[in-house]
Ligand binder design. Structure first.
Ligand SMILES: Cc1cc2nc3c(=O)[nH]c(=O)nc-3n(C[C@H](O)[C@H](O)[C@H](O)COP(=O)(O)OP(=O)(O)OC[C@H]3O[C@@H](n4cnc5c(N)ncnc54)[C@H](O)[C@@H]3O)c2cc1C
Length: 485
């Protein structure tokens, strides 16, 4: 058998599982259909570390959310990922909503959420001046994190500990044998493994069907966002959410700080038919803008720099809505197949705890022996050079002049940081991969200044021809050929 374990899907969940299992003496392969990890739902969300007030006690969602939230500080320190426990206010506007706040507090306490308190409008004003409402539930353990930063860090650390990655490879078929499985991957190659872990997100029901472990259906539900300019950094000192409507499929439109200093407005909540439809729509954008102006009086038209959307893998159809519990199961009828279905919010927060659950399920199927040389910490400089103190920057430039050349003017990203992104263990070759690692192209001009410079760096490093430059996939080439010569 070539591999002990194949993980299908390189989102935050698949990468957290890969990193957790890399502690053990196992041959592991992670297969991801996109050309980098974390290009699916895992990079298209609010980046919030949820506290656990919203989920029914006794559910896997509640358990993994609260545990994942508590694990995040240690994990982020080891992996050098940006995070911050900012806290959150869920704000009630009327007596009915105050009742919901009390319910959320009791539910959160039953789930083990620390420090919950219902506060009056004076205390609310102290935490976030200008916020309007009659009462709020304060959850101090709510935080923010870089979702793609976490996914990339988990993948890199898993790779350092021996996990193999096959990017740009789609699993198209699964055959169950006497012992283990044979996977067909496009184009027409087969790979053998003893165990499969299905972490395919939106496509998890499809992958489960391939293995004969079906019975699930996913309904994509789109959330659209606006990203605001860093000019507004500091405008929000705590996250502010409305009280979610009864039976709603989301948590309501809110303002969210990102760890890099932008503010997000969103997400909307709309069931769609297409699994790949990441459009943003004029109608939702108009609504988000209107809400943004109401919530942030200092906002101006020029602060809206970009839109994006993400798709929730809902298990309930639109006519039912709401939330269904995560499926994390070891299939008795397809022995060796561990299935994760419907990992919608709070899957980002819950990912490290989900990985522990999957490890326990695998331990029931095979013995897990720890590796003596597992390294849980990520080495090297992975932060943003421009955020370092002046003396440290001068010292680093003296040792490596590539730190002295700015490539992205908006985000102040240096040539060395671009080189690090393309030479990192997973080796980003697509523009979005470089963007997610370095933050180049994420600023006001959205790559207008730095993209041509990054193209030149790729040309020098790898001798790229015009056809080799891809934004995200083979379907998004940057150039079609030379104009002259
Ligand atoms: C609008 C929105 C807001 C959210 N906000 C939050 C939040 O603030 N906090 C929070 O905790 N959670 C949030 N979530 C939820 C969170 O983003 C997800 O739960 C989490 O990202 C799921 O990760 P995943 O790895 O399961 O899925 P994905 O990131 O989708 O990864 C699955 C991967 O599998 C790959 N794949 C699929 N099929 C195949 C195949 N056949 N072969 C090979 N590869 C395959 C895909 O390409 C994909 O990369 C939000 C989600 C949305 C949509």
């Amino acid at each position: 058998m070539k591999y002990d374990v194949i993980i299908i899907g390189g989102g935050v969940v698949g990468c957290a599982i890969a990193r957790e299992l890399s502690r053990y003496q196992l041959d592991i392969l992670l297969i991801e259909k996109e050309m980098d990890v974390g290009l699916g739902t895992s990079s298209r969300n609010s980046g919030v570390l949820h506290s656990g007030i919203h989920y029914k006690p006794g559910t896997i969602r509640a358990e993994t959310d609260v545990k994942g939230n508590a694990m995040m500080a240690g994990l982020c320190k080891d992996l050098k990922v940006k995070y911050e426990y900012l806290g959150k206010l869920t704000v009630a506007q009327n007596a009915d909503e105050v009742k919901t706040l009390h319910h959320l507090k009791e539910q959160g306490e039953a789930n083990g959420v620390p420090g919950l308190e219902i506060i009056d409008s004076d205390k609310m004003q102290k935490l976030q001046p200008g916020v309007t409402g009659i009462k709020a539930l304060h959850s101090p353990s709510t935080g923010i994190i870089s979702p793609y930063g976490l996914t990339i860090a988990l993948a890199e650390n898993a790779m350092t500990n021996g996990v193999e990655f096959s990017l740009g490879t789609e699993v198209t078929g699964i055959q169950k044998g006497q012992i283990g499985f044979t996977l067909t991957v496009a184009p027409r190659k087969t790979i053998q493994t003893r165990f499969i872990i299905n972490a395919a997100g939106l496509f998890s029901a499809k992958v489960a069907d391939m293995a004969g472990a079906g019975g699930y259906r996913i309904y994509p539900c789109r959330g659209e966002y606006y990203i605001l300019d860093k000019r507004l950094k500091g405008a929000l000192s705590i996250l502010v959410y409305p009280v979610p409507g009864h039976g709603s499929s989301g948590l309501g439109i809110h303002l969210t700080n990102t760890v890099d200093g932008n503010i997000l407005i969103g997400p909307s909540n709309e069931y769609i038919d297409e699994f790949q439809d990441l459009a943003t729509t004029a109608e939702v954008m108009r609504k988000l803008k209107k809400e943004g102006f109401e919530l942030l009086p200092q906002l101006s038209q020029s602060d809206f720099i970009r839109t994006f959307s993400g798709l929730r893998p809902k298990q309930n159809p639109p006519e039912i809505g709401g939330f269904k519990d995560f499926v994390i199961e070891s299939r008795k009828d397809v022995k060796g197949f561990i299935n994760l279905v419907g990992i919608e919010s709070p899957g980002l927060t819950a990912a490290p705890a989900i990985a522990l659950k999957v490890k326990d399920l695998l331990a029931e199927l095979t013995s897990l022996n720890e590796k003596p040389d597992f390294t849980g910490e990520r080495s090297g400089f992975t932060g943003h050079f421009c955020e370092l103190p002046k003396e440290q920057r001068a010292d680093m430039i003296a040792r490596d002049p590539d730190y002295g050349e700015i490539i992205c003017r908006c985000e102040q990203i240096t040539k060395k940081e671009i080189l690090d992104a393309i030479h990192n263990p997973l080796g980003a070759r697509i523009l979005v991969g470089i963007k997610n690692r370095s933050r180049a192209m994420m600023g006001r001009c959205q790559g207008g200044f730095c993209m041509p410079r990054i193209v030149r760096i790729l040309e020098r490093e790898f001798g790229y021809s015009p056809e080799d430059y891809l934004l995200k996939s083979a379907e998004s080439p940057l150039f079609s050929g030379w104009m002259r010569g």
